[in-house]
Ligand binder design. Structure first.
Ligand SMILES: [Zn+2]
Length: 168
């Protein structure tokens, strides 16, 4: 293989990455904007979360101030507040827990790590302290902690203590 064709391969890979990012962005806009027209399981559950968000009128200082600024980054629509295109989740433990669960426990989500889980949630939702809540959730997940211990055990087995050679 010569240098030119290798360069082509690299370029293609980069292009695909961009396309994937764009798709992710479009997907999040769709969910935020037209949530009710989707009727598969996941979105029905998300619609239920939206209903609960609407019922909850509690708003943290941070979002109230952002809404008052009127700089286009935060806005309110149909009783739901948005921060940079993401649904603002009010300070309600149950709603937050439901969203965290939905982005971690289901079989198709497969227990993502903190970073991945935060990215998944931020496609649709945002709240102050999201990062810390995700961290706590992953650290509190029994399945994830068990996996971690198993990985550490396996890593230990791969690097056994060297047995020193020598006469003594
Ligand atoms: Zn987990």
């Amino acid at each position: 293989m010569d240098i030119l064709s290798r360069k082509d391969q690299v370029d293609t890979k980069e292009d695909n990455k961009d396309v994937q990012l764009l798709k992710d962005k479009m997907w999040s806009r769709k969910i935020v904007g037209k949530i009710r027209i989707f009727d598969n399981r996941k979105v029905v559950e998300e619609t239920d979360i939206i209903k609960r968000i609407k019922k909850n009128k509690i708003r943290e200082k941070e979002i109230v101030q952002a809404l008052q600024k009127k700089d286009g980054l935060a806005w309110e629509e149909d009783e739901v507040a948005y921060m940079e295109g993401r649904i603002y989740v009010p300070n309600n433990k149950d709603i937050k827990k439901e969203i965290l669960k939905e982005h971690h426990d289901p079989a198709d989500v497969r227990h993502p790590g903190q970073h991945r889980m935060k990215e998944l949630i931020k496609r649709t939702y945002w709240w102050p302290g999201l990062k810390e809540d995700v961290k706590k959730y992953v650290q509190g997940c029994v399945k994830c902690q068990q996996n971690k211990v198993q990985h550490q055990k396996r890593a230990g087995e791969l690097h056994p203590l060297e047995i020193p050679e020598g006469p003594w």
